[in-house]
Design a protein around this ligand. Structure first.
Ligand code: AMP
Length: 572
């Protein structure tokens, strides 16, 4: 582990991408392949490979306490160190004494320890295990172990650079490495294959979630058409993104954070199994009103706030399924009948998706159908309705057509439009200009909460004032502060979360782990020195929590600048 930590120090010490890649490649090559494999996961800033659902469930405050106890430092000394470094790992590296235990710690040992911590229940047991791990570490090792546990190395290394380093270390092209890693969702396995010269054998594994293709925002139909001419236009449904893997009767649903959310929607696997083929679909789960005859005659999608009641539940009662029925709106296909189709252009994938869904209709028609064609789970007086829908697609070539579709989408109660390049491939994890989103609000930003404060008046005992930030490369820069827009219940729940994930208590203000993503609306952007981002959002309001969005996918300072420039560069 010491060697890995030393390599991390060297990587952090340079800003040059190529030098970083070279250092990672040298390190990987110098280690036995199993150790290199695990190291690659750690170098990507994670304790476990992406496809695994395992999480440590170790918060900043547990780490803070453990580092405090082991170092014997006072709270003030720790806080001073944190102020200087702004990073709990660096604090551990500074304040911890030399290794306490006589046993050295290998990378493989560290991984085993992480698994034990993840499997342990209760924070007391976890704290003991974390303590045991740090006791075996040198201060430098502890620095990086803590960084891995917080999920951020902060050495300017993204997984994409590790991929480049793998290609450099073992031969093989970067494209081959990227593809293998995307298919496997496991950079350790990618290293094993690369080291054995077998990258081309990487196979997509059903039931291991793949990355999601992401969209870029546009503000007008003209802007959308400046990127491509052949546009497929769909409504933008306001639900949660869901990647569905099916093989026979087995169905699993994965969220955008790649968590298995099948249990939260027990009514969906039955209808999805009707595909009757091995397949991976991309789509949106939405709350659905089966009673309002929308334009599709099958009801209409309801706003996200309706679906919210269904989220985060491990067990869903039939009562809940009846109260908030859902539908799966499919809009893409990644894999069908043994073939990976992501590299086919969208117009071909659209045809494959249509064929797949036609099969479902045939298969489900033998079961009981509702009045409007939806599948009903019967055998009960008050049946649960559920359906799988192909998102209607219209081809558009002019901005007039797109504007009309936008208005129609809003009339249907949807968020706006998704405008997609018909000639584009499905590129997981990338936010390009092949998929564009045009939303109702002129602009909203997805931001990360970095600090919280107690409120005033009736909010006096709860943390309701949130300072939020956007990304500048790997740094978060604050751009505003919002005084809620959340319900009292949400604020109460968030207060609990923030108290458990505080990294620094400044009395009136708590610095918190940057994990919570909010969607904020605002009137405009001003240049301002009030926050370290150099901009401030005017009249920011929280539109909603975005538990479905990982913090890395929040917006960037470049986007804030773009909005500022478009509105005429207004000053404070
Ligand atoms: P946003 O979450 O604002 O970045 O917008 C992108 C999200 O819109 C995707 O991740 C999907 O969850 C959602 N979405 C809704 N309808 C569609 C659609 N027809 N095509 C693609 N994404 C959609």
């Amino acid at each position: 582990m010491q060697r890995l930590a030393e390599a991390c120090e060297a990587i952090a010490a340079t800003t040059k991408k190529l030098v970083k890649i070279g250092l990672v490649a040298d390190y990987l090559r110098s280690r036995p392949s199993e150790e290199a494999a695990t190291s690659a996961v750690f170098l990507s800033g994670r304790p476990f490979p992406v496809h695994e659902e395992t999480t440590l469930q170790v918060g900043g405050s547990l780490l803070w306490r453990t580092v405090g106890e082991l170092s014997g430092k006072t709270e003030t000394e720790l806080t001073d160190s944190y102020r200087r470094h702004g990073d709990l790992g660096a604090v551990a590296g500074e304040v911890l004494p030399p290794r306490i235990s006589e046993h050295e710690l290998s990378v493989i040992d560290a991984e085993r320890n992480f698994r034990e911590i993840a499997a342990a229940r209760g924070s007391a047991t976890k704290a003991l295990l974390v303590r045991g791990l740090l006791e075996r570490a040198t201060p430098l090792e502890a620095k990086y172990l803590v960084k891995i546990m917080t999920g951020d190395l902060r050495i300017g290394l993204k997984e994409s650079l590790v991929e480049e380093a793998i290609a450099k270390a073992y031969g093989g092209s970067v494209v081959q490495v990227q593809r293998a890693n995307m298919l496997l969702g496991d950079i350790a396995e990618t290293v094993r294959l690369a080291a054995a010269g077998k990258l081309s054998e990487a196979k997509m594994r059903l039931f291991h979630p793949l990355g999601f293709m992401l969209a870029s925002p546009v503000d007008s139909a003209e802007e959308a058409l400046s990127y491509f001419k052949n546009a497929a236009v769909e409504d933008k449904y306001d639900g949660i993104r869901a990647q569905v893997h099916c093989s026979g009767d087995e169905v699993r649903i994965f969220s955008r954070t790649r968590d298995d959310i099948t249990q939260s929607f027990p009514e969906l696997p039955g209808i999805l199994a009707g595909l009757n083929r091995d397949a991976i679909l991309d789509g949106e789960i939405v709350a659905w009103s089966y009673s309002e005859g929308g334009p599709s005659e099958l009801g209409r999608a309801l706003p996200f706030s309706s679906l919210q009641q269904r989220l985060g539940r491990k067990k869903v009662s039939r009562e809940m399924m009846r109260q908030v029925p859902v539908a799966y709106v499919a809009f893409d296909v990644l894999y069908a009948g043994g073939e990976l189709v992501m590299d086919r252009p969208l117009h071909e994938r659209a045809g494959i998706l249509n064929d797949l869904l036609r099969n479902v209709r045939k298969a489900t028609s033998v079961r009981t159908m509702g009045a409007q064609g939806q599948l009903l789970f019967t055998g009960e007086a008050d049946p649960v309705a559920v359906q799988m829908i192909r998102a209607p697609v219209v081809q558009a070539h002019s901005s007039d057509e797109i504007e009309q579709l936008f208005t129609a989408a809003q009339e249907r109660g949807n968020e706006g439009l998704m405008i997609k390049d018909l000639d584009s491939r499905y590129t997981p994890g990338r936010r390009g200009k092949a998929w564009l989103k045009m939303k109702r609000e002129l602009a909203t930003l997805d931001v990360v909460v970095t600090a919280v404060e107690y409120g005033h008046g009736k909010r006096i005992g709860v943390l309701s004032d949130y300072t939020f930030a956007v990304w500048d490369e790997r740094r978060l820069l604050n751009v505003g502060k919002a005084y809620s827009g959340l319900t009292d219940a949400e604020i109460a729940e968030m207060t609990q979360w923030f108290l458990q994930h505080t990294v620094e208590d400044q009395g009136f203000r708590l610095q918190v782990e940057p994990k919570i993503v909010l969607e904020v609306a605002f009137n405009n952007v001003m240049e301002s020195d009030r926050h370290n981002g150099g901009y401030a959002l005017r009249f920011p309001r929280i539109v909603r929590l975005r538990p479905d969005k990982p913090p890395e996918e929040a917006d960037t300072i470049a986007r804030v600048r773009e909005i500022h420039e478009r509105q005429g560069g207004r000053k404070n």
